[in-house]
Design a protein around this ligand. Structure first.
Ligand code: HEM
Ligand code: MYR
Length: 420
């Protein structure tokens, strides 16, 4: 059906739909796109006319850096909370390329296993405490372990008495912005506090009063020189350091989704005990199956026509990530959880986009994808092989409205113990 009739031009762009987006969450885009029967629909979001799109072909267009800019693409609400301003997400062209290279040097495939090993070591060390507790909420435990792990890995000092507070702050950066009930002020406050914290660390490194290990994220970002020979300004360095810390804590959501999948598909727990080859397919299916990052946004740089629809300069285009990962044109039986589909590897870089599409180095695809895959793979091995537990009665509903989402209970484990 590629090149299908341009059903995109539904004109209901008069009213701003931001409230509907906030309330409907992940269903917002796909519901509208489906209703209009195409793979794009026009609307108005946070003050800008916006084309909502989904599917592999649309993703390919959106990731064409010659046609799109990221400047001002994400709404202010998101830039002032989740992402911060001045970071890699809003850069284009040569500036983006240079900044992305720094982040990829920190987070690339050669660096990711080290972070995952730190996570495994801390998980094992926490086990006796979980055994004694009798009952733990996996989401909270995983978030705290990941906060400890990523800080140590990044060269960020984290005194024991600060662990709970910093974990909470980093969580609020991605958990509060999508919460229609006073989420914005909470997220804003967390952004200001977290940024003040890490900017202070950058200052300390530059003044020589703090000496993180050579090559750690803190060290690299505090001492990196841009093409003009200058250091990053302290706010930008802080935003980029938070671009490493915050999303690593967010991996806790995938750890919980992995636990949920093991619980709902016990056959896979058995399978994963026997076959390590299936761990990556399982992790990829966990990332495909559940919604997480709601949308990727860009704005038209030079006017062009797509599917008979004229896209003027400045028009915002928003890609429905979960809709693309469940598009029946790319996925057989998309509503079924089937890790087998990844046994042959990952399909097109534009059909499987839980962490963005296209190329990591030249485009905006997630710099932390390797770290995410390694950490979730480590969690799957731990959950399937190194612990036993019961999953008591609890509310495991995964709302499609809350952003980010997850089983409502946070996934409670009881009777955690090492296998006999
Ligand atoms: C970008 C998702 C984890 C660092 C992105 C994008 C998505 C995404 C959808 C935007 C792609 C685009 O704009 O085209 C996720 C999800 C994660 C995750 C669902 C699961 C927890 C991580 C981790 C890190 C990270 C662990 C770092 C340690 C980044 C950075 C960017 C990014 C730096 C900006 C890339 C750029 O603009 O060039 N991520 N991510 N992410 N992510 Fe992740
Ligand atoms: C990251 O921290 O970069 C990766 C994980 C973030 C997931 C964020 C999902 C919720 C964002 C809510 C935006 C609400 C827009 C109205």
């Amino acid at each position: 059906r590629a090149g299908a009739a341009p059903r995109a031009a539904a004109r209901h762009a008069l009213l701003d739909r931001s409230l509907a987006f906030a309330l409907e969450g992940y269903g917002f885009t796909s519901r509208r796109v489906r209703r209009w029967g195409g793979d794009a629909v026009e609307t108005r979001l946070l003050g800008l006319r916006t084309l909502l799109v989904l599917g592999e072909e649309a993703a390919r267009v959106l990731y064409d850096g010659a046609r799109f800019t990221r400047r001002g693409a994400m709404p202010r609400l998101v830039r002032t909370t989740l992402l911060g301003t001045g970071g890699v997400q809003g850069l284009d062209g040569a500036a983006h390329h240079a900044r992305k290279a720094v982040l990829l040097s920190l987070l690339g495939p050669d660096r990711a296993p080290g972070l995952a090993e730190g996570f495994v070591a801390r998980w094992r060390a926490a086990l006796p405490r979980w055994e004694r507790a009798g009952r733990v909420v996996l989401l909270d435990e995983a978030a705290e372990l990941l906060c400890r792990t990523v800080c140590a890995w990044a060269g960020v000092p984290l005194p024991e008495e600060d662990v709970a507070r910093r974990t909470r702050q980093l969580r609020q950066l991605f958990e509060a912005p999508g919460d229609p009930r006073l989420g914005y002020p909470r997220a804003r406050l967390a952004r200001l506090r977290a940024q003040a914290w890490v900017a202070g660390l950058v200052d300390a490194v530059r003044e020589g009063t703090l000496r993180p290990g050579e090559g750690t994220a803190l060290h690299v970002l505090a001492t990196h020189r841009e093409a003009d020979g200058g250091l990053l300004d302290r706010r930008t360095a802080a935003v980029e350091l938070l671009n490493v810390l915050r999303p690593t804590v967010a991996i806790s959501r995938y750890v919980v989704f992995a636990a949920l999948a093991l619980h709902e598909h016990p056959r896979w727990r058995e399978e994963l005990r026997q076959r390590d080859d299936d761990v990556l397919p399982f992790v990829h299916e966990v990332r495909r199956y559940h919604p997480f990052f709601p949308v990727v946004a860009a704005r038209v740089r030079e006017p062009f026509t797509w599917r008979g629809l004229r896209l003027p300069r400045g028009r915002r285009v928003v890609l429905d990530v979960h809709g693309t990962d469940h598009d029946p044109r790319s996925w057989e039986d998309p509503a079924a959880f089937r890790p087998e589909r990844f046994r042959g590897g990952v399909p097109s870089a534009f059909a499987f986009v839980p962490q963005g599409g296209g190329d990591h180095a030249t485009g905006h695809r997630c710099a932390g994808e390797w770290v995410t895959v390694e950490v979730v793979a480590a969690a799957v091995r731990l959950l399937a092989r190194e612990v036993e537990y019961e999953v008591p009665e609890q509310d495991l509903t995964v709302s499609t409205r809350r952003m980010p989402t997850g089983p409502r209970s946070g996934f409670v484990l009881e009777g955690v113990r090492a296998p006999v």
